[in-house]
Design a protein around this ligand. Structure first.
Ligand SMILES: [Mg+2]
Length: 99
């Protein structure tokens, strides 16, 4: 995470508080869930081209929102703690792939 972004994540806490950021994380995850659901559903629905573009644009936006909120969570709970867990989970995934 860049220094400039770290500053942004502290500013959001200063302005809205940590509890609001946790709520925001939950909301953004729900929005991404919905966007993925719409993305999957479009293959069954006969959408017009512009509607398909809308579905994809919405998906990209919601992925970006969740990515930002994950960075916010890393800032709040400690980059090192998340990095350690990430490495552990990545090793677990690699072991599962090799089984
Ligand atoms: Mg969103």
């Amino acid at each position: 995470m860049e220094e400039k972004e770290t500053n942004i994540y502290q500013q959001t806490i200063d302005k809205w508080g940590e509890t609001a950021q946790l709520d925001q994380m939950i909301e953004e995850m729900a929005e991404l869930t919905l966007a993925i659901s719409k993305y999957k559903r479009q293959f069954n629905d006969s959408l017009l081209d512009y509607q398909k573009v809308g579905v994809m644009e919405n998906l990209y936006v919601e992925i970006a929102d969740v990515k930002m909120m994950i960075e916010q969570m890393e800032y709040m709970f400690g980059q090192e703690n998340v990095d350690k867990a990430y490495q552990k989970q990545m090793e677990k995934l690699k072991r599962e792939l090799n089984n």
